[in-house]
Design a protein around this ligand. Structure first.
Ligand code: ADP
Length: 592
């Protein structure tokens, strides 16, 4: 269904750079241009500082020109100051632009994530997203900014240094014809190794965040089974694998520098021999000799930096590849072209020969047809795994039916805008989710503009007002702070208050399976009864008490409606429902 686009995964490096440039760098072209100009200045001044060695040595040392005593040191100082300033401008712009790029990537990735299809989110662990948002974004920054600009600077510096060397002695420069391909091939070899290691490290980084999140999500299981040591070992293993890759990458990088340096020094030795011979035979001035060596030194230093940048680029490229793969996943569930706004209506729900299968799987629902009239309550019951949750998920289009259609007030829900559809629906789940925010914000989540009076009314309806006011900060209590103090029933009543405030005509309810204490249970049940009053309700029922109150009951088994009717009629049928009811009665008796 929502398979990642293969395009970004196979994009060649040049196209990747192009896309990074278009997406993140183009909007910041002014700052980048200045940074680039600064980089060019640095490169030119570095070469100039080397080329001045020739007159410095010749005029001061050999020819003893008095005027040069002042002019040459002054020129050197001026150029050094200029270069320093340019370096500062370059660095500060790179930092500013780089961090802005990180911010862009993070916001963009999260925006994509929060809008992604449920089907897509279910196929990937959230740890992978977290590592991408936190870690990959930084790698892309490095490649996009310091990578590109420093690369340019060092490349130009090498060009400048070569020019200095050629100017100093064209014959001697022929040695470069040997040196250049040699050093390039060395850098290539190392960059291949670092790229491989970078890829591995990224996979393991994502595995690490997944492992950590998993252990924290399942912390109660971990504790009760005494598996802390096992989890520790599991994470240690991932950490070890990640470290191996990081060390491999760092080693390749560390070796690249001495390898180029050694090569350049050996070349220098050769140059010295040849230059010494030419100088002794009077073909080369001392100044030219010094300038040549200086140029060689600067060139090798810049080559070393380029070798380092190769890794930065390689890491950034594989991070960018992952980023673009993630960004290119288009949600399948969205507004159809020409989608209309679903007006608030009666809240009639219709299922017409609905079939559904999860991606590539067997049919989970087949030929479901029924309708729910305005204000009616329909209960879905049946064995676990029968398809009740799946059916409920089709109504707000968490998933789209693969066959048939679901309608609200006679309109196919795929023909209306998602937001107008979801505006008509309130959802209360088994384990209500509260955000780490105030109780007020949690109730007003769907309507942030709600007044205090409206919020309080909703809380009263949900039998939550009383306990909220006993909290030290009342409605301003942070759920996180109060987390330990809020009982399951209280959390549920906050969620019910949220639904009251939304005041949607359709209510979807996934009844909590775990029993609350009797008093809390009674409060929750009463609140739910008030909430359901006047709304079209479809609920997944686990309790006989709830089921009895429903207008109609559908027994769902293996993806099909196998029985339907009200409680009395279904008991009389002596089928699956009667058996389920009997079992619950027995359990209730046991419990009593
Ligand atoms: P119920 O709510 O009645 O317990 P569900 O609707 O949760 O049943 O599940 C129905 C079937 O669909 C089960 O066989 C379940 O394994 C499968 N299923 C549920 N969610 C997914 C999913 N995201 N991907 C694939 N299969 C799923």
């Amino acid at each position: 269904m929502t398979a990642p686009s293969p395009d970004a995964a196979e994009l060649p490096a040049r196209a990747l750079i192009g896309r990074i440039a278009r997406t993140y760098l183009a909007p910041r072209w002014k700052g980048l241009t200045v940074a680039m100009l600064a980089a060019v200045c640095v490169a030119i001044l570095s070469s100039a500082l080397v080329s001045i060695l020739k007159p410095a040595v010749n005029d001061l040392m050999v020819n003893h020109k008095a005027a040069a005593l002042l002019s040459i040191p002054a020129a050197i100082a001026a150029m050094a100051i200029g270069r320093g300033l340019a370096q500062i401008i370059q660095a500060s712009l790179i930092n500013r632009i780089g961090n802005a790029v990180v911010g862009d990537v993070q916001v963009q990735l999260f925006g994509k994530l929060v809008r992604a299809d449920l089907a897509h989110l279910r196929t990937q662990h959230s740890g992978a997203y977290v590592s991408s948002v936190l870690y990959d974004a930084g790698l892309i920054r490095e490649a996009a900014t310091s990578g590109v600009i420093n690369y340019t600077q060092h490349f130009l510096t090498v060009v400048g240094a070569i020019w200095v060397m050629v100017a100093a002695d064209p014959y001697l420069s022929l040695t470069l014809i040997v040196a250049a391909p040699l050093s390039t091939s060395i850098m290539r070899r190392f960059s291949k190794r670092t790229t491989k290691a970078a890829k591995g490290a990224m996979v393991e980084t994502s595995a690490l965040s997944t492992a950590i999140m998993e252990s924290l999500d399942g912390v109660r299981v971990v504790k009760i089974e005494n598996r802390e040591a096992y989890e520790e070992a599991r994470v240690a293993e991932v950490v070890q694998r990640r470290q191996d890759f990081l060390v491999k990458g760092a080693n390749a990088r560390a070796r690249a520098a001495p390898a180029t340096e050694t090569l350049m020094t050996i070349i220098t030795a050769g140059v010295i021999a040849y230059a010494g011979w030419r100088s002794q035979s009077g073909h080369m001035s001392v100044g030219a000799f010094v300038a040549f060596l200086g140029g060689l030194g600067v060139a090798s230093q810049s080559l070393r930096q380029i070798a380092n940048l190769q890794t930065v680029m390689a890491e950034g490229m594989s991070a960018a590849r992952r980023l673009f793969v993630a960004l290119d996943v288009e949600p399948e569930i969205g507004d159809a072209p020409g989608a209309t706004v679903l007006a608030r209506g009666e809240g009639l729900i219709g299922f017409e020969q609905v079939g559904f299968a999860y991606a590539g799987g067997p049919a989970t629902l087949t030929d479901i047809s029924f309708s729910v009239a305005r204000g009616q309550t329909v209960a879905l019951v049946g064995p676990s795994g029968g398809g009740k949750t799946t059916l409920l998920n089709l109504i707000p289009r968490f998933y789209d039916a693969t066959e048939g259609r679901v309608t609200i007030d006679g309109t196919d829900i795929r023909a209306v805008t998602l937001s107008s559809l979801r505006d008509q629906i309130a959802l209360v789940t088994q384990e209500p989710f509260l955000f780490d925010d105030t109780i007020r914000a949690n109730i007003a989540y769907a309507r942030p503009d709600a007044s205090q009076a409206e919020i309080e009314q909703a809380a009263r309806n949900a039998a939550a007002h009383d306990f909220i006011t006993t909290l030290p900060k009342g409605y301003d209590t942070l759920v996180g702070e109060a987390g330990a103090r809020l009982s399951g029933g209280q959390r549920q009543r906050i969620a019910i208050a949220r639904a009251f405030l939304k005041n949607a005509p359709i209510l979807l309810l996934d009844e909590a399976t775990s029993a609350l204490d009797t008093e809390s249970e009674a409060l929750v049940q009463a609140a739910l009864a008030r909430l359901m009053d006047g709304r079209t309700t479809i609920l997944i029922a686990h309790r006989l008490s709830t089921v009895r109150g429903a207008d109609r009951i559908y027994v769902i088994d293996k993806g099909q409606v196998v029985e339907q009717g009200d409680h009395t009629a279904l008991i009389a049928q002596r089928g699956l429902y009667a058996r389920l009811a009997q079992r619950q009665d027995l359990e209730a008796e046991d419990a009593a």
